[in-house]
Structure formats: structure tokens, C-alpha cells
Design a protein around this ligand. Structure first.
Ligand code: AMP
Ligand code: MG
Length: 330
């Protein structure tokens, strides 16, 4: 019998539900992202979004998957890292369904799920992963039983930097796609802080400098072009070093910012120079969604890792490298 997993994601602005079978077929993947008309994401508003829309998103995911609720073998949920109120709402929904269906509950690390769905999507076995999203910027590789973070942002995430700069000049959330579009119009470069510290990155100085350029009257497209070239080159530098150090031969780009074509081209070129395969996660699997939680939950459950309801408290600060990855045998 093939196991069926319901995955529920709700760490930040998006709520998603996905149904995935043990053989890696994504039967459904439904989500909705909170897009405030102004300002950023408030954790309380996002959790309200999840509690209001969650049940109907899950219902729709089950309906479009073609499986009936009693065919669901496990309920997987994003246990962390993320915003406390969002995680708690999501966990409460997941626990309720697991109790109702009388099936095991699996607590999934959100960052690990981005990697595992990327591996399913690419067929990669052991990549260097560049995970770039609204809340995370990490270069990750598997070593000694865990996904090790080789480098990460020391302050704000790449997506957050793009969104915050966009917001300050009147772009609506998410600004990343709009910045990409504006950047494609020109190729005149204005210098911005290139801040790589060892394997880590910093984007807050770039944000300040980009805003300054804007107040000095530099054209928006030139600023967007300069932000992209600088920010993405920084990422290419650290991921190239991670690749050379680990001697792996696959590079995986994932997270919401992976939708960016310029970033994809830069990292693809870097991988090619090292004779490594490159894969950018399919856009529908790049951002936060339930299928990645369902799939990782399956891998975890098969290896014997589930939680009891009483022990299923959320882990807002759960780091990628804090989980023993017992389902990988490399
Ligand atoms: P996530 O946090 O994984 O759901 O991804 C959302 C983030 O991806 C937001 O910060 C968006 O601005 C960013 N994003 C989405 N599409 C693009 C794009 N084409 N270029 C750059 N950033 C993007
Ligand atoms: Mg994410």
C-alpha cells in the first residue's frame, strides 16, 4: 500500500496544504499568500489569515487530490522555524486533523522541506542547496547526518531586503518580481556594499545604500539592476566556495527568490564552471507550500520519526542543522 501524506504549511505569510503519495507524486498543492495592501506582514494578521482560510484550503487540497480523507495515512505540519502565532495556528489545525483521522502527526522543519522537495523535483541526491526566501538566506549541504548551514545572512534575508526596499519606494508586497522586471530594463551599475564575511552575507547595508541612491534621484531600474547584480554575486561567491569545499556535484536553487531568472543564470553559470549539475526548483514548488511538508513528512515517518500530540509544540527558532536527518543514508 502506498502511503498518502497531507502536508500543512503555515510558518509565515502563506498557508498551504498539499497531498503527496509515497512514490513522490504530488496529488494536490493549494495555497494562499497574505498580501497586505500596505506595510509588511504582521504575525497576528498572518495567523488570522491562516485560521480563517486554512480549513477551506485543506478541503480544496483533499478534493483536488482525488483521495478521500480516510485514505490519508499521516498528517505533516511545518513545526518551525517561523513566526510564533502562525506556527501555533497551523499546528493546532494539524493536530485536530490527526486526532480526527486517528493517524500519526509528523513535525517537519520548514527549511529541510525546501531542500527535500527540491531533491524530489530535480532527482538530485546530495546537492549544495542555495535557499533564498522572504525569511531565509542559507547555503546548505548534507554532512555527518545533518543539513549543515555553510553560510547564511547575518541580518536580513535576501527576499526581505528586496521586499523592504520595494516597500520604501511604494512597491506592493512581494517586491521581488517587480524589482526583477525593473532591473531587466537597463544595465548601468551603481556601486552598492558587497558584504561577504567568511561564508556569511549581510544585506542591510545594501538596503540603506539603495534607498540613498533613490533619494539622490538615480533611476529605479538602475538601482534594481545594481541590487540584483550585487546581491546575487555575493550568493554566487559563497555557494561556489561551499561547492568547492564539499566537492559535491549538484547545485539546487530553492525558496521564493529562486523564481528570479537573473539569479538562476548566475548560479547556473557558476555550477557549470565546476562541472556540477544545476537545478532551479519548479516555480510552483519554490515558495512556501504544503507539498514540501507532505513529502518531507513521508520521508521522516518512514524512518520512524513522528511526534505525539503532547510533544508537538512548535519550534519558532528551529535551525536547519538542529535536526538529525535519519532518512538519508549518504
Ligand atoms: P517565500 O518566502 O519562499 O514564500 O518567498 C517569497 C519571497 O520571494 C518574497 O520575498 C518575494 O519578494 C520573493 N520573490 C518572488 N519572486 C521573485 C523574483 N522573481 N525575484 C526575486 N524575488 C522574488
Ligand atoms: Mg520558505
Amino acid at each position: 500500500m502506498t502511503l498518502i501524506s497531507l502536508g500543512i504549511e503555515g510558518t509565515a505569510h502563506s498557508f498551504g496544504a498539499g497531498i503527496v503519495s509515497e512514490d513522490g507524486v504530488i496529488l494536490s498543492n493549494v495555497w494562499d499568500m497574505l498580501t497586505p495592501s500596505e506595510g509588511g506582514i504582521h504575525p497576528r494578521e498572518a495567523s488570522r489569515h491562516h485560521s480563517e482560510l486554512g480549513p477551506q484550503i485543506i478541503r480544496e487540497a483533499i478534493k483536488t487530490s482525488g483521495v478521500s480523507p480516510n485514505e490519508i495515512d499521516i498528517v505533516s505540519f511545518s513545526r518551525g522555524p517561523g513566526l510564533g502565532p502562525c506556527l501555533r495556528t497551523t499546528a493546532t489545525i494539524a493536530r485536530t486533523i490527526a486526532i480526527k483521522l486517528n493517524v500519526p502527526l509528523v513535525g517537519v522543519n520548514h527549511c529541510v522541506a525546501h531542500i527535500e522537495i527540491g531533491c524530489l523535483d530535480s532527482g538530485f541526491r546530495d546537492p549544495v542547496t542555495v535557499y533564498v526566501s522572504g525569511g531565509n538566506t542559507q547555503t546548505i549541504a548534507f554532512s555527518g547526518g545533518r543539513f549543515r548551514t555553510f553560510g547564511e545572512t547575518l541580518d536580513i534575508a535576501l527576499g526581505n531586503m528586496l521586499d523592504t526596499f520595494g516597500r520604501s519606494i511604494g512597491m506592493r508586497f512581494p517586491a521581488g518580481p517587480k524589482i526583477e522586471e525593473a532591473a531587466s530594463e537597463v544595465s548601468d551599475y551603481y556601486e552598492l556594499p558587497y558584504s561577504v564575511k567568511g561564508m556569511d552575507l549581510s544585506y542591510s547595508g545594501m538596503l540603506t545604500a539603495a534607498r540613498r541612491l533613490h533619494s539622490e534621484g538615480v533611476s529605479l531600474s538602475s538601482i534594481c539592476y545594481s541590487i540584483q547584480e550585487t546581491a546575487f554575486s555575493m550568493l554566487a561567491e559563497v555557494s561556489e566556495r561551499a561547492l568547492a569545499h564539499t566537492k559535491k556535484n549538484e547545485v539546487l536553487l530553492t525558496g521564493g527568490v529562486a523564481k528570479n531568472n537573473r539569479l538562476t543564470a548566475i548560479l547556473e553559470g557558476m555550477a557549470k564552471r565546476h562541472d556540477a549539475s544545476f537545478h532551479r526548483v519548479t516555480p510552483t514548488l519554490a515558495g512556501d507550500q504544503g507539498a514540501m511538508i507532505a513529502w518531507t513528512g513521508l520521508l521522516q515517518h518512514r524512518a520512524g520519526d513522528s511526534v505525539t500530540i503532547n510533544e508537538s509544540s512548535v519550534l519558532p527558532k528551529w535551525r536547519t542543522d538542529e535536526q538529525d536527518i535519519i532518512w538519508r543514508d549518504i
